[in-house]
Design a protein around this ligand. Structure first.
Ligand code: BGC
Length: 710
């Protein structure tokens, strides 16, 4: 059976009018009750007895039955519906690949279907809010949560987040977009001051949010833990009242992150709801807000506005209509979608002709990475209990506020077993890689070695370096010294360094590929699937090539030690930083090989009806494959710079040609200055290529000066 979304709930009355009508009938107590949420996961609420009859969820806000206002039941959902601490015993869901893996598909339409799938699974449980839309731009390849997000580029991340949210909200649930803004490291996230030039912020992460919000129309924006230029993100009047609700005219509500509220006055800065309130020092939006309302220091109009924003977002997508009976979900069908996503996200980084592996009488040794069992996942609130069996859980221990997440979860679905099935003619052995010398002894008997390397990362935990942990670099390096034919498969949440790169024959980046990952990896290795993923982040040669190579600020200090990070690169992060510094990365943003070849013609550029580029793409190889032509701005008035301005995924048969037409959003060409976008007059040069590091001939166009408000 093909996957299909359910029809969207009917929304008859204008949601704004209905929200105003219902809000006017509420008492003040009822109003305030809608502005504060709690977490109902057993064991996570020491301050409060949990309400009876409420399922275990990350976020719960009681409804107002007399006016048909439903309870708000919010689940984490970026990579699938979660079930933290098994609070709903035995409740399993489809575990999607990590955000970076989904982003590597460069495929907004696929991400939209995945968003709808997750939302349907949430709705089938009666949940009506998804804490999805995670999209903080990757600024530091050590950030432990990069795996949840969508890479380093504002256009790519904004498009993908917007489409994921659009898919989710088509199923009658609200989705958030998060974490607003600049939550780009985990270390000391609750005490961190993230500092950046405000205009550069508009051109980078805020532009990504703006695009995501325009496309997805998320019902809620989740503000971040950290401070931005000195102000707490959840009490940041400039960001919330100013940019989000003012400049962008955002109509939904601002929900706090769990434990990110520092005072009741945050409501005056634009925060509408205190979520996960037990994790804050006070139930700020309870009694303290009631007192301020009575004293008149918080105007009633502000409270009413906050309530209306929540109601209109619920009504706008039909999230007030909890269906009865709840819709059924076919987890088998969803597992196929998870497999499709995993296949689409795998990036072939290097191939000296070792891949695809031919079937036939040969001895293959698979080493390490739990390949006999399954695939790595990232830890934290996004962790899904997969539908395809019990994970292998490895407690890694630890202390501090996020010790609860210190557990590796290896999802079932063995790449080794899938490879054995795909290559029945080969003899495939396995070594766990625990002892390098034992692995070497076995490798000496093999015709080819496939090493699986993993790096577990997670919420609350940044990496100290880009190295693979636990001796895996040594394992790969020594195997490559003694064996000419070594393939490396990486299951990591971030770029890693590869000191052994020159000695191995192929490298496959599988990220955290989700519950279909084992099969998808075997499909790519065996050539059943032609890889088509592209890197949504640059892979630097070393930290020295990034804007910050010192230790992550605050790393090693006690939990909640104040720290400051300076994003001195401004909007020039990732591939833009490499372009500016002239230092080629290990693998460029947008890079990804295929088992076929693609050629690009010289692009055409047009002014009318909108500024756009088109490029003819041909599959010049022997296999079906997908290409992702990418267009970049490469110079403005002779000044070199680099900005992705468009991409499109094309499926082509051998010899087939198609044309990608890419409309160029003028914000990608402009600067943010004096409260608006400014496009300097002059010559704009563009190039289309296979990655930010492999570009074709330039085309230029002269554009007149323009200014416009955000
Ligand atoms: C995370 C959010 C998540 C929330 C609820 C927080 O710690 O930062 O992304 O939605 O918890 O689980």
């Amino acid at each position: 059976m093909a996957w299909s979304a359910t029809p969207a709930p009917r929304v008859d009355e204008d949601p704004n009018a209905r929200a105003a009508r219902i809000e006017a009938q509420l008492s003040d107590d009822e109003r305030l009750s809608l502005l504060m949420g709690i977490i109902t996961v057993p064991g996570s609420s020491k301050k409060l007895p949990l309400p009876a009859g409420v399922p275990s969820v990350a976020g719960y806000v009681p409804g107002v039955p007399r006016l048909g206002i439903p309870p708000q039941l919010a689940t984490d959902a970026g990579l699938g519906v979660t079930n933290p601490s098994d609070g709903r015993p035995g409740d399993k869901a489809t575990a999607l690949p990590s955000g970076l893996a989904m982003a590597a598909g460069f495929d907004p339409a696929l991400v939209e279907r995945l968003g709808a799938m997750v939302a349907l699974e949430a709705r089938s449980r009666g949940f009506n809010i998804l804490l999805g839309g995670g999209m903080n731009l990757a600024r530091d390849p050590r950030n432990g949560r990069n795996f949840e997000y969508l890479g380093e580029d504002p256009w790519l991340a904004g498009q993908l987040a917007g489409h994921a949210i659009r898919g989710s909200q088509s199923q009658g649930v609200v989705s958030t977009i998060k974490h607003f803004a600049l939550n780009a490291q985990e270390t000391q996230r609750q005490t961190l001051d993230a500092r950046i030039d405000p205009d550069a912020l508009r051109e980078s992460e805020l532009l990504a949010f703006q695009i995501g919000i325009e496309i997805g129309q998320p019902g809620a924006v989740m503000c971040a833990y950290n401070r931005v230029n000195g102000e707490p993100a959840c009490g940041h009047a400039g960001l919330l009242n100013g940019v989000l609700k003012g400049d962008w005219g955002y109509k939904g509500w601002v929900m706090s992150d769990w434990g990110a509220v520092g005072s009741a006055e945050h409501i005056l800065a634009g925060l509408d709801q205190q979520a996960g309130s037990q994790w804050d020092r006070e139930f700020w939006f309870g009694q303290p807000l009631r007192e301020r309302l009575a004293a008149g220091t918080v105007p009633r109009a502000r409270v009413s506005d906050a309530v209306r924003r929540i109601l209109r977002s619920l009504y706008a997508v039909g999230a007030d209509q909890i269906p009865s009976p709840l819709p059924a979900v076919d987890l088998q069908v969803h597992a196929q979608l998870a497999l499709e996503a995993a296949r689409a996200g795998i990036v072939l980084l290097k191939n000296d002709g070792l891949l695809p592996l031919a079937d036939g009488p040969q001895r293959i040794l698979v080493v390490g990475g739990h390949a006999d069992f399954g695939v790595m996942t990232g830890g934290g609130s996004s962790q899904v209990t997969p539908s395809n069996g019990a994970p292998r859980l490895i407690d890694v221990g630890g202390d501090g506020g996020l010790a609860v997440y210190a557990r590796q979860s290896i999802l079932p679905g063995s790449p080794l077993a899938a490879l054995r099935q795909a290559l029945p003619g080969a003899t495939i052995g396995f070594q766990n890689g625990y002892s390098v010398d034992t692995a070497l002894a076995h490798a000496a008997q093999a015709d080819l070695v496939v090493v699986f390397a993993t790096k577990w990362e997670g919420e609350g935990l940044d990496s100290g370096s880009l190295a693979l942990p636990q001796g895996q670099d040594e394992l790969i390096g020594r195997l490559a010294q003694v064996h000419r034919r070594v393939v490396v498969v990486l299951e990591t949440g971030n770029p890693v360094t590869m000191p052994w790169l020159g000695q191995v024959g192929a490298v496959v980046q599988a990220w955290y590929p989700g519950q279909g990952g084992g099969q998808a990896i075997a499909d790519v290795l065996s050539g059943r699937v032609n890889p088509s993923g592209r890197l949504p982040v640059s892979f630097p040669q070393s930290l020295a090539q990034t804007p910050r190579d010192a230790l992550i600020p605050g790393l090693g200090q006690p939990y909640r030690t104040p720290a400051t990070v300076h994003y001195r690169e401004g909007a020039e992060a990732g591939y833009r930083w490499h372009a500016r510094s002239g230092q080629p990365p290990l693998f460029a943003f947008g890079h990804g090989l295929s088992y076929t070849r693609f050629s690009h013609d010289t692009p055409q550029i047009r002014r009318e009806p909108d500024l756009s580029m088109s490029v003819a793409v041909r599959n010049t190889g022997e296999r079906d494959g997908n290409d992702v032509p990418q267009a970049y701005l490469v110079a403005r008035n002779g000044q070199p710079l680099q900005r992705l301005v468009g991409f499109q995924k094309l499926a082509l048969k051998p010899g087939e040609q198609a044309t990608a037409t890419l409309r160029i959003d003028p914000r990608l060409l402009a600067d943010f200055r004096d409260g608006g976008w400014q496009l300097p007059a002059g010559r704009y040069e563009f190039a289309v290529g296979h990655s930010a590091g492999e570009l074709g001939p330039r085309v230029a166009i002269d554009l007149p000066q323009r200014r416009w408000r955000p």
